[in-house]
Design a protein around this ligand. Structure first.
Ligand code: ADP
Ligand code: F6P
Length: 470
């Protein structure tokens, strides 16, 4: 492991800061990026720079926020509320996110693009000022695609030589889709200022490499290398994972065990399907509910014998598409439950809120099936977490072929195309009726993959590779 100072940069800090009375409190944010980097904290020390998710104008108040975050190795980059809104909701989540996930009908406007550039500049100024010669700087995700370029220029002007890495936590779409974005050149040029660029799968890496060749005229004959202008950039797949031990430890906790017993007693004689997703259109929640409805239509004998626990964690609630989706889902849940509920039970238990980590672990542990229906998804760490909690039950993973995870977990899971609700219904039925021997065989494949590809290993691999560029 490299002994150099490491700086992690992401738009969102792992801690969300809130003002309560006169003080600031912070709680862990949820999402794949936080999960994967939290796993790295066990083996590696770093400072984590990002937006604290809160508007603070007063210098003294900013000092208080910085002090509270410093205890956790986090450093806040403050942004004006309107700028943060336009960068995060406007450009990152209303323009870039849908393009990265193959959604059509995106409307490009100049104001959010300007905000995106400005925020990347502010990040570059702060990080370049804080970095020391010889540091490793690892930038994360689509909110900061311009940062490697802006950072490199500033570091150079300050006479600091640092290695800059960039990891994308979303898919990178195929060429034609990316081409539809008016600022496609600027963004991939921004990323190409990194020394090492990481993707979740080979497919995303190849899509990016092809766009660099087609759009920028970069040379890409050497596998894993992109020659652009006078620089040679490395691009590779790094399998991101979770920290399975965290789930195993939590499962040993007496309170969690008691909760598991309580739920198992309550749902005795029934099979449980679990779905844990941010409330995002990429997660295919509409198809999941419709597929489950179709399964109930086709298998009346399963009525009152199967329940779907769906946690839909509120996400990006200021964005119109997310608000509309929430309304659509509540309506759909109401319709399916209205059609299939009996005095003995309701088929869908829909939780539109965050649940505690203990509860999350208990839910994973009691579920016979985990159903993930993403239309597109960078990786999907929920798939890994479910496996980590299934040593006892050998539950079945029913996984969309469009989640990045299916590139690695196809063999052990039941995969399907979520665009076809009949396929979703069939996958549910198959998952619920697999025999014990087959479940065990599939689980063992998945479990050895999850345990061999931890988040710590992912981070260490990336950092080791990055440190060669110094
Ligand atoms: P994404 O990055 O799109 O949110 P992932 O499936 O990769 O999707 O990661 C989601 C992460 O968020 C998982 O690690 C999951 O445990 C975490 N998470 C989901 N729901 C909750 C919750 N209610 N509370 C805390 N963390 C959650
Ligand atoms: O997986 C993509 C991603 O943007 C991650 O970076 C993040 O952890 C997750 O989705 C949640 O997104 P947000 O920060 O918008 O809540």
């Amino acid at each position: 492991m490299s002994k150099r100072n490491l700086i992690i940069v992401s738009n969102r800090l792992p801690l969300s800061v809130k003002r309560v009375d006169n003080a600031y409190t912070s709680s862990l944010s949820s999402g794949g990026l936080v999960t994967s980097l939290s796993g790295l904290t066990k083996s590696t020390q770093f400072r984590w720079f990002g937006w604290p998710g809160i508007q603070v104008q007063d210098e003294e108040e900013r000092g208080k926020v910085l002090d509270s975050l410093a205890q956790h190795g986090a450093v806040a980059i403050f942004l004006d509320e309107e700028l943060a809104h336009s960068h995060y909701n406007g450009f990152s989540n209303q323009i870039l996110w849908p393009i990265l996930h193959y959604q059509s009908g995106v409307v490009f406007t100049d104001k959010p693009w300007q905000a995106y550039q400005r925020v990347n500049e502010l990040f570059a100024e702060t990080i370049a000022g804080a970095a020391q010669d010889g540091d490793l700087i690892w930038v994360h995700d689509y909110h900061l695609m311009l940062l490697p370029q802006m950072l490199r220029a500033r570091l150079k002007a300050q006479g600091k030589h640092c290695a800059v890495g960039f990891s994308l936590h979303t898919p990178f779409p195929a060429g034609d889709f990316w081409r539809s974005l008016p600022v496609r050149n600027e963004l991939i040029e921004g990323m190409l200022s990194a020394d090492l660029i990481g993707f979740h799968t080979d497919e995303y890496k190849q899509n990016f490499t092809q766009s660099c060749a087609n759009i920028l005229g970069a040379r890409t004959e050497i596998p894993g290398k992109i020659q652009y202008k006078d620089r040679l950039i490395c691009a590779d797949k790094f399998i991101v994972g979770i920290d399975p031990a965290k789930f195993e430890d939590t499962l040993r906790n007496e309170q969690v065990q008691a909760r598991i017993r309580e739920l198992e007693e309550k749902y005795k004689g029934m099979q449980i399907i679990i779905g844990i997703d941010r409330l995002d259109y990429i997660k295919g929640l509409t198809q999941k509910l419709k597929g489950f409805g179709e399964f109930l239509d086709q298998h009346p004998e399963m009525k009152n014998k199967v329940v779907l626990f769906q946690v839909a964690v509120p996400s990006r609630e200021d964005v119109k598409e997310y608000q509309e989706l929430e309304t659509e889902l509540s309506t759909l849940v109401g319709k399916i439950n209205g059609k299939h509920a009996t005095p003995d039970g309701t088929p869908i238990i829909y939780m539109h809120r965050s649940v505690s980590f203990d509860e999350l672990t208990a839910l994973y542990s009691i579920a016979d099936v985990c159903l993930l229906t993403s239309n597109r998804d960078g990786m999907n760490l929920v798939a890994f977490e479910y496996v980590a909690c299934q040593a006892r039950r050998h539950g079945v993973l029913a996984l969309s072929e469009f989640a990045g995870a299916s590139a690695f977990m196809k063999e052990g899971s039941i995969t399907f195309n979520p665009a076809n609700t009949t396929q979703v219904a069939e996958a549910i039925y198959r998952a619920l009726t697999l025999d014990e021997e087959e479940k065990k065989m599939r689980y063992e494949k998945l479990s050895s993959f999850v345990n061999a590809n931890t988040s710590a290993k992912w981070g260490e691999n990336f950092i080791n590779r990055l440190s060669r560029h110094i």
